[in-house]
Design a protein around this ligand. Sequence first.
Ligand code: PEP
Ligand code: MN
Length: 348
Amino acid sequence: MIVNMSDKATEREIAHIIERIREAGYTAHVTRGVERCIVAAVGNGRRHEIEALQVAPGVDNVVAIAQPFKLVSRQVKPERTVVKVGGVAGVVAIGGPGVVVIAGPCSVESREQLISTAHAVKRAGATMLRGGAYKPRTSPYDFQGLGLEALKILREAREQSGLPVVTEVMSTEDVDIICEHVDMLQVGARNMQNFALLRRLATVNKPVLLKRGPSATVKEWLLAAEYLLSGGNSQVVLCERGIKTFETEMRNTFDLAAVALARDLSHLPVIADPSHGTGKQSLIAAVSRAAVAVGADGLIIEVHPCPERALSDGAQSLDFAGFEKVMKAIAEPLRRAAVPAGAEAEVA
Ligand code: PEP
Ligand code: MN
Protein backbone atom coordinates (compact mmCIF):
# COMPACT_ATOMS: atom_id res chain seq x y z
CA MET A 1 0.00 0.00 0.00
CA ILE A 2 1.10 3.58 -0.67
CA VAL A 3 0.21 6.59 1.41
CA ASN A 4 0.52 9.67 -0.78
CA MET A 5 1.04 12.66 1.48
CA SER A 6 -0.37 16.03 0.47
CA ASP A 7 2.12 18.67 -0.71
CA LYS A 8 1.35 20.58 2.51
CA ALA A 9 1.98 17.65 4.86
CA THR A 10 4.16 18.53 7.84
CA GLU A 11 7.10 16.48 9.14
CA ARG A 12 5.00 15.56 12.20
CA GLU A 13 2.21 14.23 10.00
CA ILE A 14 4.71 12.17 7.98
CA ALA A 15 6.26 10.79 11.19
CA HIS A 16 2.79 9.82 12.43
CA ILE A 17 2.06 7.87 9.24
CA ILE A 18 5.39 6.03 9.51
CA GLU A 19 4.53 5.07 13.08
CA ARG A 20 1.05 3.85 12.15
CA ILE A 21 2.48 1.76 9.25
CA ARG A 22 4.87 0.06 11.68
CA GLU A 23 2.07 -0.54 14.19
CA ALA A 24 0.08 -2.23 11.42
CA GLY A 25 2.93 -4.73 10.92
CA TYR A 26 4.59 -3.27 7.80
CA THR A 27 7.94 -1.69 7.06
CA ALA A 28 7.69 1.98 6.09
CA HIS A 29 9.71 3.26 3.13
CA VAL A 30 9.72 6.99 2.61
CA THR A 31 10.37 8.60 -0.77
CA ARG A 32 10.73 12.36 -0.76
CA GLY A 33 10.06 13.76 -4.21
CA VAL A 34 10.47 17.34 -5.35
CA GLU A 35 6.87 18.19 -4.54
CA ARG A 36 5.51 15.54 -2.24
CA CYS A 37 6.35 12.65 0.01
CA ILE A 38 5.24 9.04 -0.52
CA VAL A 39 5.22 6.55 2.34
CA ALA A 40 5.02 2.90 1.23
CA ALA A 41 3.84 0.13 3.55
CA VAL A 42 5.77 -2.96 2.47
CA GLY A 43 5.55 -6.50 3.76
CA ASN A 44 2.78 -8.48 5.41
CA GLY A 45 0.56 -6.55 7.77
CA ARG A 46 -3.01 -5.52 8.52
CA ARG A 47 -4.14 -3.89 5.31
CA HIS A 48 -7.34 -2.36 6.71
CA GLU A 49 -5.29 -0.30 9.17
CA ILE A 50 -3.41 1.29 6.26
CA GLU A 51 -6.61 1.85 4.27
CA ALA A 52 -7.98 3.74 7.28
CA LEU A 53 -5.12 6.25 7.02
CA GLN A 54 -7.08 7.93 4.16
CA VAL A 55 -8.49 10.24 6.83
CA ALA A 56 -5.28 10.89 8.79
CA PRO A 57 -4.02 14.49 8.74
CA GLY A 58 -1.69 15.36 5.86
CA VAL A 59 -2.76 12.37 3.74
CA ASP A 60 -3.91 12.89 0.16
CA ASN A 61 -4.89 9.29 -0.61
CA VAL A 62 -4.06 5.66 0.05
CA VAL A 63 -3.67 3.30 -2.93
CA ALA A 64 -2.67 -0.31 -3.45
CA ILE A 65 0.68 -0.98 -5.16
CA ALA A 66 -0.39 -2.57 -8.43
CA GLN A 67 2.71 -4.73 -8.95
CA PRO A 68 4.23 -7.50 -6.80
CA PHE A 69 7.53 -5.59 -6.77
CA LYS A 70 7.13 -2.57 -4.50
CA LEU A 71 10.29 -0.56 -3.82
CA VAL A 72 11.42 -1.11 -7.41
CA SER A 73 8.18 0.27 -8.81
CA ARG A 74 7.65 3.80 -10.08
CA GLN A 75 4.47 4.01 -8.06
CA VAL A 76 6.59 4.13 -4.91
CA LYS A 77 9.27 6.38 -6.45
CA PRO A 78 8.17 8.27 -9.56
CA GLU A 79 11.51 10.07 -10.02
CA ARG A 80 14.25 8.14 -11.81
CA THR A 81 17.10 6.76 -9.74
CA VAL A 82 20.64 7.76 -10.62
CA VAL A 83 23.21 5.16 -9.55
CA LYS A 84 26.66 6.52 -8.80
CA VAL A 85 29.61 4.25 -9.44
CA GLY A 86 32.80 5.46 -7.78
CA GLY A 87 36.18 5.43 -9.43
CA VAL A 88 39.62 6.66 -8.44
CA ALA A 89 39.29 9.51 -10.92
CA GLY A 90 35.66 10.37 -10.21
CA VAL A 91 32.16 9.07 -10.24
CA VAL A 92 30.07 7.82 -13.16
CA ALA A 93 26.32 8.44 -12.90
CA ILE A 94 24.10 5.78 -14.50
CA GLY A 95 20.56 6.96 -15.11
CA GLY A 96 21.39 10.61 -15.77
CA PRO A 97 21.15 12.42 -19.11
CA GLY A 98 24.15 10.71 -20.75
CA VAL A 99 24.36 7.14 -22.07
CA VAL A 100 27.03 5.34 -20.02
CA VAL A 101 29.13 2.91 -22.05
CA ILE A 102 30.81 0.08 -20.13
CA ALA A 103 33.36 -1.82 -22.21
CA GLY A 104 36.02 -4.47 -21.78
CA PRO A 105 36.74 -8.14 -22.25
CA CYS A 106 34.42 -10.98 -21.34
CA SER A 107 37.20 -12.44 -19.18
CA VAL A 108 40.34 -10.92 -17.74
CA GLU A 109 43.04 -13.06 -19.37
CA SER A 110 46.25 -11.16 -18.61
CA ARG A 111 47.54 -7.83 -17.34
CA GLU A 112 48.57 -6.70 -20.81
CA GLN A 113 45.20 -7.73 -22.33
CA LEU A 114 43.15 -5.77 -19.77
CA ILE A 115 45.33 -2.67 -19.47
CA SER A 116 45.58 -2.21 -23.24
CA THR A 117 41.78 -2.66 -23.50
CA ALA A 118 41.15 -0.15 -20.69
CA HIS A 119 43.16 2.54 -22.46
CA ALA A 120 41.64 1.78 -25.86
CA VAL A 121 38.02 1.86 -24.70
CA LYS A 122 38.64 5.02 -22.72
CA ARG A 123 40.12 6.73 -25.79
CA ALA A 124 37.04 5.71 -27.77
CA GLY A 125 34.69 7.23 -25.15
CA ALA A 126 33.77 4.45 -22.70
CA THR A 127 33.34 5.64 -19.12
CA MET A 128 33.48 2.29 -17.31
CA LEU A 129 35.51 -0.92 -17.66
CA ARG A 130 34.21 -4.50 -17.48
CA GLY A 131 36.09 -7.78 -17.14
CA GLY A 132 35.20 -11.19 -15.70
CA ALA A 133 37.34 -12.69 -12.94
CA TYR A 134 34.95 -15.52 -11.98
CA LYS A 135 33.26 -16.88 -15.09
CA PRO A 136 29.95 -18.77 -15.24
CA ARG A 137 30.73 -21.20 -18.08
CA THR A 138 28.24 -23.67 -19.50
CA SER A 139 30.93 -26.37 -19.64
CA PRO A 140 33.19 -27.14 -16.65
CA TYR A 141 36.04 -27.71 -19.14
CA ASP A 142 35.97 -24.12 -20.43
CA PHE A 143 38.14 -21.29 -19.05
CA GLN A 144 36.76 -20.43 -15.60
CA GLY A 145 38.49 -17.08 -15.03
CA LEU A 146 41.66 -16.06 -13.18
CA GLY A 147 39.89 -15.31 -9.88
CA LEU A 148 41.89 -13.20 -7.42
CA GLU A 149 44.68 -12.58 -9.93
CA ALA A 150 42.09 -11.03 -12.28
CA LEU A 151 40.73 -8.85 -9.46
CA LYS A 152 44.22 -7.44 -8.89
CA ILE A 153 44.59 -6.73 -12.61
CA LEU A 154 41.17 -5.04 -12.66
CA ARG A 155 42.24 -2.85 -9.76
CA GLU A 156 45.42 -1.84 -11.54
CA ALA A 157 43.53 -1.07 -14.77
CA ARG A 158 41.14 1.08 -12.77
CA GLU A 159 44.01 2.99 -11.18
CA GLN A 160 45.80 3.51 -14.48
CA SER A 161 42.78 4.45 -16.57
CA GLY A 162 40.56 6.12 -13.94
CA LEU A 163 37.62 4.05 -15.22
CA PRO A 164 35.36 2.52 -12.56
CA VAL A 165 35.26 -1.27 -12.85
CA VAL A 166 32.45 -3.83 -12.82
CA THR A 167 32.96 -7.58 -12.45
CA GLU A 168 30.69 -10.58 -11.91
CA VAL A 169 30.16 -12.18 -8.51
CA MET A 170 29.01 -15.81 -8.64
CA SER A 171 29.08 -16.79 -5.00
CA THR A 172 28.42 -15.28 -1.58
CA GLU A 173 31.93 -16.43 -0.57
CA ASP A 174 33.56 -14.04 -3.05
CA VAL A 175 31.56 -10.92 -2.17
CA ASP A 176 34.04 -9.40 0.31
CA ILE A 177 37.15 -9.87 -1.81
CA ILE A 178 35.39 -8.53 -4.92
CA CYS A 179 34.16 -5.47 -2.99
CA GLU A 180 37.78 -4.72 -2.02
CA HIS A 181 38.90 -4.58 -5.65
CA VAL A 182 36.11 -3.15 -7.84
CA ASP A 183 33.44 -0.45 -7.91
CA MET A 184 30.35 -2.39 -8.98
CA LEU A 185 29.24 -6.03 -8.69
CA GLN A 186 27.50 -7.81 -11.55
CA VAL A 187 24.94 -10.53 -10.93
CA GLY A 188 25.11 -12.68 -14.04
CA ALA A 189 22.08 -13.89 -15.95
CA ARG A 190 22.43 -17.42 -14.57
CA ASN A 191 22.38 -16.08 -11.01
CA MET A 192 19.45 -13.67 -11.29
CA GLN A 193 17.40 -15.85 -8.96
CA ASN A 194 20.24 -16.90 -6.65
CA PHE A 195 18.35 -15.54 -3.67
CA ALA A 196 21.15 -16.18 -1.15
CA LEU A 197 23.48 -14.09 -3.34
CA LEU A 198 20.89 -11.33 -3.77
CA ARG A 199 20.29 -11.20 0.00
CA ARG A 200 24.02 -10.90 0.63
CA LEU A 201 24.45 -8.18 -2.02
CA ALA A 202 21.60 -6.24 -0.43
CA THR A 203 23.93 -5.58 2.50
CA VAL A 204 26.99 -4.31 0.62
CA ASN A 205 27.91 -0.70 0.11
CA LYS A 206 28.55 -1.04 -3.64
CA PRO A 207 26.18 -0.72 -6.59
CA VAL A 208 24.89 -3.88 -8.27
CA LEU A 209 24.38 -4.57 -11.99
CA LEU A 210 21.54 -7.09 -12.17
CA LYS A 211 21.29 -8.99 -15.44
CA ARG A 212 18.00 -10.46 -16.59
CA GLY A 213 17.94 -14.27 -16.55
CA PRO A 214 17.77 -15.87 -20.03
CA SER A 215 14.36 -17.38 -19.18
CA ALA A 216 13.08 -14.77 -16.74
CA THR A 217 10.02 -12.62 -17.27
CA VAL A 218 10.34 -8.89 -16.71
CA LYS A 219 8.30 -9.34 -13.51
CA GLU A 220 10.71 -11.99 -12.16
CA TRP A 221 13.66 -9.74 -13.03
CA LEU A 222 12.13 -6.81 -11.13
CA LEU A 223 11.31 -9.07 -8.18
CA ALA A 224 14.98 -10.11 -8.11
CA ALA A 225 15.83 -6.39 -7.90
CA GLU A 226 13.26 -6.10 -5.09
CA TYR A 227 15.41 -8.50 -3.01
CA LEU A 228 18.26 -5.99 -3.25
CA LEU A 229 16.19 -2.90 -2.47
CA SER A 230 14.18 -4.48 0.33
CA GLY A 231 17.41 -5.74 1.91
CA GLY A 232 18.87 -2.23 1.95
CA ASN A 233 20.78 -1.72 -1.32
CA SER A 234 19.03 0.82 -3.52
CA GLN A 235 22.00 1.24 -5.89
CA VAL A 236 20.80 -1.17 -8.56
CA VAL A 237 21.13 -1.02 -12.36
CA LEU A 238 19.10 -3.48 -14.47
CA CYS A 239 20.63 -5.05 -17.59
CA GLU A 240 18.76 -6.69 -20.47
CA ARG A 241 21.07 -9.25 -22.11
CA GLY A 242 18.80 -11.31 -24.33
CA ILE A 243 16.48 -14.24 -23.62
CA LYS A 244 16.01 -17.76 -24.89
CA THR A 245 13.51 -18.12 -27.74
CA PHE A 246 13.07 -20.52 -30.68
CA GLU A 247 15.49 -18.41 -32.74
CA THR A 248 18.81 -20.18 -33.40
CA GLU A 249 20.75 -17.75 -35.61
CA MET A 250 21.60 -15.57 -32.63
CA ARG A 251 22.97 -16.66 -29.26
CA ASN A 252 20.00 -15.02 -27.49
CA THR A 253 17.08 -12.88 -28.60
CA PHE A 254 17.64 -9.31 -27.47
CA ASP A 255 14.37 -8.13 -25.91
CA LEU A 256 14.37 -4.50 -26.96
CA ALA A 257 10.89 -3.72 -25.69
CA ALA A 258 11.84 -5.07 -22.26
CA VAL A 259 14.33 -2.20 -21.94
CA ALA A 260 11.50 0.30 -22.41
CA LEU A 261 9.09 -1.73 -20.27
CA ALA A 262 11.52 -2.03 -17.35
CA ARG A 263 12.00 1.76 -17.45
CA ASP A 264 8.23 2.22 -17.48
CA LEU A 265 7.63 -0.07 -14.52
CA SER A 266 10.69 0.86 -12.48
CA HIS A 267 12.65 3.95 -11.51
CA LEU A 268 15.94 2.00 -11.70
CA PRO A 269 18.33 2.67 -14.59
CA VAL A 270 18.28 0.05 -17.35
CA ILE A 271 21.24 -0.75 -19.57
CA ALA A 272 21.56 -3.06 -22.58
CA ASP A 273 24.09 -5.79 -23.35
CA PRO A 274 24.11 -6.21 -27.15
CA SER A 275 27.11 -8.58 -26.94
CA HIS A 276 25.35 -11.40 -25.09
CA GLY A 277 22.04 -10.23 -26.55
CA THR A 278 23.11 -11.20 -30.07
CA GLY A 279 26.36 -13.21 -29.84
CA LYS A 280 27.52 -11.56 -33.08
CA GLN A 281 30.08 -8.77 -33.61
CA SER A 282 28.23 -7.63 -36.71
CA LEU A 283 25.01 -6.83 -34.81
CA ILE A 284 26.47 -4.83 -31.91
CA ALA A 285 26.24 -1.39 -33.57
CA ALA A 286 22.63 -1.84 -34.72
CA VAL A 287 21.35 -3.22 -31.42
CA SER A 288 23.27 -0.57 -29.46
CA ARG A 289 21.60 2.19 -31.49
CA ALA A 290 18.21 0.57 -31.04
CA ALA A 291 18.67 0.24 -27.27
CA VAL A 292 19.64 3.90 -26.95
CA ALA A 293 16.62 4.83 -29.10
CA VAL A 294 14.22 3.07 -26.71
CA GLY A 295 15.72 4.81 -23.71
CA ALA A 296 18.54 2.61 -22.38
CA ASP A 297 20.60 4.44 -19.77
CA GLY A 298 23.75 2.68 -20.90
CA LEU A 299 25.40 -0.16 -22.79
CA ILE A 300 27.78 -2.92 -21.75
CA ILE A 301 29.90 -4.13 -24.66
CA GLU A 302 32.59 -6.83 -24.89
CA VAL A 303 35.90 -5.64 -26.37
CA HIS A 304 39.10 -7.69 -26.80
CA PRO A 305 42.50 -6.75 -28.32
CA CYS A 306 42.26 -9.82 -30.56
CA PRO A 307 38.79 -11.44 -30.48
CA GLU A 308 39.94 -14.53 -32.41
CA ARG A 309 42.24 -15.38 -29.48
CA ALA A 310 39.72 -14.64 -26.71
CA LEU A 311 39.33 -17.35 -24.05
CA SER A 312 35.60 -16.62 -23.84
CA ASP A 313 32.98 -14.98 -26.06
CA GLY A 314 35.35 -14.08 -28.93
CA ALA A 315 32.59 -14.28 -31.55
CA GLN A 316 30.69 -11.42 -29.95
CA SER A 317 33.72 -9.33 -28.91
CA LEU A 318 34.78 -6.25 -30.86
CA ASP A 319 38.38 -5.31 -31.49
CA PHE A 320 39.46 -1.74 -30.68
CA ALA A 321 38.63 -0.38 -34.16
CA GLY A 322 35.24 -2.11 -34.10
CA PHE A 323 34.44 -0.58 -30.73
CA GLU A 324 35.38 2.89 -31.99
CA LYS A 325 32.93 2.41 -34.88
CA VAL A 326 30.15 1.45 -32.45
CA MET A 327 30.82 4.57 -30.36
CA LYS A 328 30.47 6.68 -33.52
CA ALA A 329 27.35 4.78 -34.59
CA ILE A 330 25.49 5.47 -31.33
CA ALA A 331 26.14 9.19 -31.73
CA GLU A 332 24.53 9.32 -35.19
CA PRO A 333 20.97 10.67 -35.40
CA LEU A 334 18.14 8.31 -36.29
CA ARG A 335 16.65 8.49 -39.80
CA ARG A 336 13.71 10.79 -40.37
CA ALA A 337 10.25 9.42 -41.11
CA ALA A 338 9.45 9.36 -44.85
CA VAL A 339 7.19 12.10 -46.10
CA PRO A 340 4.35 11.66 -48.66
CA ALA A 341 5.52 11.75 -52.29
CA GLY A 342 5.70 15.31 -53.60
CA ALA A 343 6.06 16.82 -50.12
CA GLU A 344 9.90 16.59 -49.93
CA ALA A 345 10.34 20.20 -51.02
CA GLU A 346 8.16 21.51 -48.18
CA VAL A 347 10.08 19.51 -45.59
CA ALA A 348 13.50 20.55 -46.94
C1 PEP B 1 29.26 -11.73 -19.08
O1 PEP B 1 28.93 -10.58 -18.85
O2 PEP B 1 30.35 -12.07 -19.59
C2 PEP B 1 28.25 -12.79 -18.82
C3 PEP B 1 28.60 -14.03 -18.50
O3 PEP B 1 27.00 -12.34 -19.00
P1 PEP B 1 25.59 -13.08 -18.78
O4 PEP B 1 25.50 -13.37 -17.31
O5 PEP B 1 24.60 -12.06 -19.27
O6 PEP B 1 25.60 -14.32 -19.63
MN1 MN C 1 30.79 -12.79 -21.87
